[in-house]
Design a protein around this ligand. Structure first.
Ligand code: KIV
Length: 263
């Protein structure tokens, strides 16, 4: 097996200008594929609320659901670093709650790091969790857990605020930061001004790495797909073809054949 991806490996990749890859996964078979294809980090994102559970936002996702899905992913990941995404209200209430819930991702689910949304507002959480020896990935820009406060899923353009948030999360001890939905020129400036790896989603090509939601890039999610989510395959279409053929064959009596039967 090639070297397990750790915070040290990721820091070295940034230093050497090697691009970092990250994808979400929520279950064992997809996590295994993602890991075997050489993706560096697997994010068990709270996006599962939308792409797996069919919710209209990430807000209803619970800690117990995140622990369950992270366990499945961690079981499959041999090389990639598994990052557990802290769901809405698992870290906002208090520093103590944040530390306790971050610890569950490591102790119960087998994650190697956690991610939480917010910049300066959550710096004390990032610091406390990091001080327990748990690597923290910050997430700034468009933060979906604040959808109501942002007035929708909108590109965030306040350069000074983004720059300050990035600097503060680095200072608080984050090992990496996700930039979501920010103009590429701002992402480039910040990437060049902080020393931790920046991972972009809708933040342009100049970030140190990229992340996408697996169900968007594989064409499993047939609902709204944001502009930044390139579809690499159309798995839902393929799945529909297979399922429809099965229905036809069972109804028409051409499945199962002798090949699929026992004597
Ligand atoms: O939940 C998630 O999948 C995420 C990514 C979009 C970064 O936070």
């Amino acid at each position: 097996m090639t070297e397990k991806v750790t915070v040290t490996v990721l820091a070295k990749m940034k230093a050497e200008g090697a691009k970092i890859t990250m994808l979400t996964a929520y279950d064992y078979p997809f996590a295994r594929m993602v890991d075997e294809c050489g993706v560096d980090m697997i994010l068990v994102g709270d996006s599962l609320g939308m792409v797996v559970q069919g919710e209209s936002s990430t807000l209803p996702v619970t800690m117990d659901q995140m622990i369950y899905h992270t366990t499945l992913v961690a079981r499959a990941a041999k090389r990639a670093m598994v990052v557990g995404d802290m769901p809405f209200m698992s870290y906002q209430v208090s520093v103590t709650e944040a530390v306790k819930n971050a610890g569950r991702f490591i102790k119960e689910a087998g994650a190697a790091a956690v991610k939480l949304e917010g910049g300066s507002a959550v710096a004390d959480r990032i610091k406390a969790i990091s001080q327990c020896g748990i690597p923290v990935q910050a997430h700034i820009g468009l933060t979906p857990q604040s959808v109501h406060q942002m007035g929708g899923y909108k590109v965030q353009r306040q350069e000074d605020k983004l720059m300050e948030d990035a600097r503060i999360v680095e200072e608080a001890g984050a090992f990496s930061v996700v930039f979501e939905g920010i103009p590429f020129e701002i992402a480039e400036k910040i990437t060049n001004s902080i020393s931790i790896p920046t991972i972009g989603i809708g933040a342009g090509v100049h970030c140190d790495g990229q992340v996408l939601v697996l169900h968007d890039m594989l064409g499993i999610n047939e609902g709204h797909v944001p502009k930044f989510a390139k579809r690499y395959v159309q798995l839902a279409q393929e799945a529909r073809k297979g399922i429809s053929q099965y229905v036809e064959e069972v109804q028409g009596g051409s499945f199962p054949t002798r090949e699929h039967s026992f004597k």
